[in-house]
Design a binder for this molecule. Structure first.
Ligand code: UDP
Length: 309
C-alpha cells in the first residue's frame, strides 16, 4: 500500500540525518531527497520512487568505480574536484588577493555548478605564503608550512565570500581545525553538503607540513570519490618542455601518470600524481585564466591535457 510513497518513522531520539531542522515533515522530504535517506525510506523489496521525484542535484547513479572513471568523458562527469593555485587569485598583482579577480573565478565556478555538477574546491596559498620560500630564507620548514596552510584558509574564505555573493551556497572545511572560522574536514558532512547542492571548499591541504595543496587536492578527490581532479592554472595543459622558454614545446592531449612521474613533467607534485594514479583519478590540466574555459573543458570542448593511465 505504500508503494512509491515516502514515510517517516518518528523515534524518540534525534533523527540520524537531522542537522538542526525541527519539523518531521521537512525530515521526511529530505529523507526522500538524500541518497542515504532514500536507502532508509526504500529498503529492499520496496520500489524506488519514480525518476521525477528524485532531487535534481542527486547523482543519477552510484559513484563510478575507479575502472569506469578511467575512460569517462569529461562531459559525463558528475562530481569533480577543482584545484586552483593560489597564484590565480592574485590577478595581475604580484602578491595577495585581487577581489575582482576572485569574483571572476567565482563566476566561472558558478557557471560550472549550474550544469548540475557537484564541485569540491581546493585553493592553494602560493599568492600569500609558501613554506619552501620561508625555509629558503632560514625559517623552520614545518613552521613555515603551517603559515602556508593558514594562507590557504584565507584564500578559501575569499572564494567563499565571492561565491556566496553570487548566490552559490558553500561550506569551508579546514584540515587545521579553527572552529570560529569554518568547519573541520568531516567527509560524511562534506558529502551531505554536496547532496544539498553546496560547494565544499577544502582548506589547509592535508593538514600536515611537508605537503602541498596538490596532495590535499588528490586526497580529497579520492576520499570524496570525485570523477576527476581539475587543475586550473596559468597554462593550458602539460608540455614536453617549458612553453615560456621553448617556442617549439609540444602540449600533450593525454599523458600517462607514469610519464609524468618518470620525466618529472610539471603537473603536480609526485605524491599527488601517485595518489591519483593509485585511485584512477584523471588529472585535467587547463588554463583558468581564459574566460569560460572551465565550462568548455567540462563540456569536452576545451583545451586541456588529461593525465590518466
Ligand atoms: N601546505 C602544507 N601542507 C599541506 C598544504 C599546504 O604545509 O597539506 C603549505 C605549504 O607550505 C605550501 C603552502 O601551504 O607551500 C601553500 O600551498 P601550495 O604551495 O600548495 O599553494 P599553491 O602553489 O597551489 O598556490
Amino acid at each position: 500500500p505504500y508503494s512509491g510513497a515516502v514515510v517517516g518513522l518518528r523515534f524518540g531520539g534525534r533523527f540520524p540525518l537531522d542537522d538542526g531542522d525541527s519539523a518531521q515533515a521537512t525530515r521526511v522530504e529530505r529523507c526522500a531527497k538524500s541518497r542515504a535517506g532514500r536507502k532508509a525510506a526504500y529498503p529492499i523489496g520496496v520500489p524506488k520512487p519514480p525518476a521525477h521525484l528524485a532531487a535534481p542535484f542527486m547523482r543519477s547513479k552510484a559513484a563510478p568505480t575507479s575502472a569506469e572513471r578511467e575512460s569517462m568523458p569529461l562531459s559525463t562527469m558528475k562530481r569533480v574536484l577543482l584545484k586552483l593555485s593560489g597564484e590565480v587569485l592574485m590577478g595581475d598583482q604580484q602578491f595577495g588577493i585581487d577581489p575582482a579577480f576572485v569574483m571572476e573565478l567565482a563566476r566561472e565556478v558558478k557557471t560550472a555548478k549550474e550544469t548540475g555538477l557537484e564541485i569540491c574546491l581546493v585553493i592553494g596559498g602560493g599568492n600569500i605564503f609558501r613554506g619552501m620560500a620561508g625555509a629558503a630564507q632560514g625559517m623552520d620548514r614545518a613552521q613555515a608550512d603551517y603559515m602556508g596552510m593558514l594562507a590557504t584558509v584565507m584564500n578559501a574564505l575569499a572564494m567563499q565570500s565571492a561565491l556566496e555573493q553570487l548566490g552559490v551556497q558553500t561550506r569551508v572545511q579546514s584540515a587545521v581545525q579553527m572552529d570560529q572560522v569554518c568547519e573541520p574536514v568531516i567527509r560524511r558532512r562534506a558529502e551531505r553538503h554536496l547532496e544539498k547542492g553546496r560547494i565544499v571548499i577544502f582548506a589547509a591541504g592535508v593538514g600536515a607540513p611537508y605537503f602541498t595543496t596538490d596532495s590535499g587536492a588528490a586526497l580529497r578527490a579520492a576520499e570524496m570519490n570525485c570523477d576527476a581532479l581539475l587543475k586550473g592554472t596559468s597554462v593550458d595543459g602539460v608540455y614536453d618542455s617549458d612553453p615560456k622558454k621553448n617556442a617549439g614545446a609540444k602540449r600533450f592531449d593525454t599523458v600517462s601518470y607514469g610519464k609524468v612521474l618518470a620525466d618529472d613533467l610539471k603537473v603536480m607534485d609526485a605524491s599527488a600524481v601517485a595518489l591519483c594514479r593509485d585511485n584512477n583519478i584523471p588529472i585535467v590540466v587547463f588554463s583558468i585564466r581564459e574566460k569560460g574555459n572551465l565550462a568548455r573543458v567540462l563540456s569536452g570542448q576545451g583545451v586541456q591535457t588529461i593525465v590518466r593511465n
